[in-house]
Design a protein around this ligand. Structure first.
Ligand code: CU
Length: 273
């Protein structure tokens, strides 16, 4: 009984220390990004919260298992005067313990299936409903070998470029954006159907969406942090499908700006046509 009490106390103290360490780790990096980089969109945050929850659940289990190994090594070690060659069988069976372990494992699996798996998926599905994205900024994204072209039909911008003539994605923070994703390849214009697959990936947003020839795909997303490629390399559009020799260089600048900065930028872009 004494061992059980000691084990219980060690488990509780170890778990509390572990939870404290995990929280410090998660909150360690600047901007609260911790060990994650996909934290700057409503969809990315679903994943971040899921990982936080899993770590929180896993810490006491990890501490329990490690403690059990250390505890058994110490408690059941061979004594100096013990005759280990003729020791009795060391195999024990505790049906209550095994039964409890199995039941708790099944319950934990069910819990993780429900939350964060099913609940997170539910959040992602809900985030893709047009009704939950009022007054979105519509951005037509055309992927081609090897370039991302961004047009803003509401603002009469046919191709958004920066001062150096590079494709640039501007979007306002905390406002829904409706990405209309299409694949187009002018080098293979003889057959639009045999165009190649690209992958629309913004690492900082924790989101990837394949761009399939012949399909028009819609992705709703809300950026939650001000950021730009200049200060954060994760804030960029990157192709994530091997789409030919130019694939690694198929990236574009990203700027997440305030609403008023976005309005000013759109006005200036529209003026240059
Ligand atoms: Cu590509």
């Amino acid at each position: 009984m004494g061992s059980l009490v000691v084990f219980g106390i060690l488990w509780i103290v170890g778990s509390l220390l572990g939870e404290w360490g995990a929280t410090a780790w998660i909150d360690s990096a600047p901007n609260g990004t911790g060990p994650y980089f996909g934290t700057a969109s409503n969809l990315g945050l679903v994943g971040v919260h899921a990982f936080d929850f899993l770590i929180w659940v896993a810490v006491p289990i990890f501490v329990f298992v490690v403690l059990m190994i250390l505890f058994a090594m110490f408690k059941f070690r061979a004594r100096r005067d013990e005759n280990v060659t003729n020791a009795p069988s060391q195999v024990r069976n505790n049906k209550a313990f095994v039964g409890t372990w199995i039941v708790i494992s099944i319950l934990l699996n069910l819990l993780i299936w429900l939350h964060p798996n099913a609940s997170g998926l539910e959040q992602v599905f809900a985030a893709q409903l047009p009704a939950n994205n009022p007054k979105p900024v519509v951005i037509d994204v055309t992927a081609r070998q090897w370039e991302w072209i961004f047009s803003y039909p509401q603002y009469h911008i046919t191709q958004s470029l920066n001062a150096s003539g590079q494709d640039t994605l501007y979007m306002p923070v905390n406002r829904p954006v409706k990405f209309v994703l299409r694949s187009y390849d002018p080098f293979h214009s003889y057959a639009h159907q045999v165009d190649v697959i690209h992958g629309f990936w913004i690492p900082a947003f924790g989101v990837k969406y394949d761009v399939i020839p012949g399909e028009t795909r819609i992705l709703y997303l809300t950026a939650t942090k001000l950021m730009s490629t200049e200060t954060n390399p994760m804030a960029r559009v990157q192709c994530s499908e091997v789409c030919g020799p130019g694939h690694p260089y198929m990236e574009a600048n990203l700027h997440v700006v305030t609403g008023s900065q976005f309005a000013a930028w759109a006005k200036a872009q529209a003026a240059r046509g």
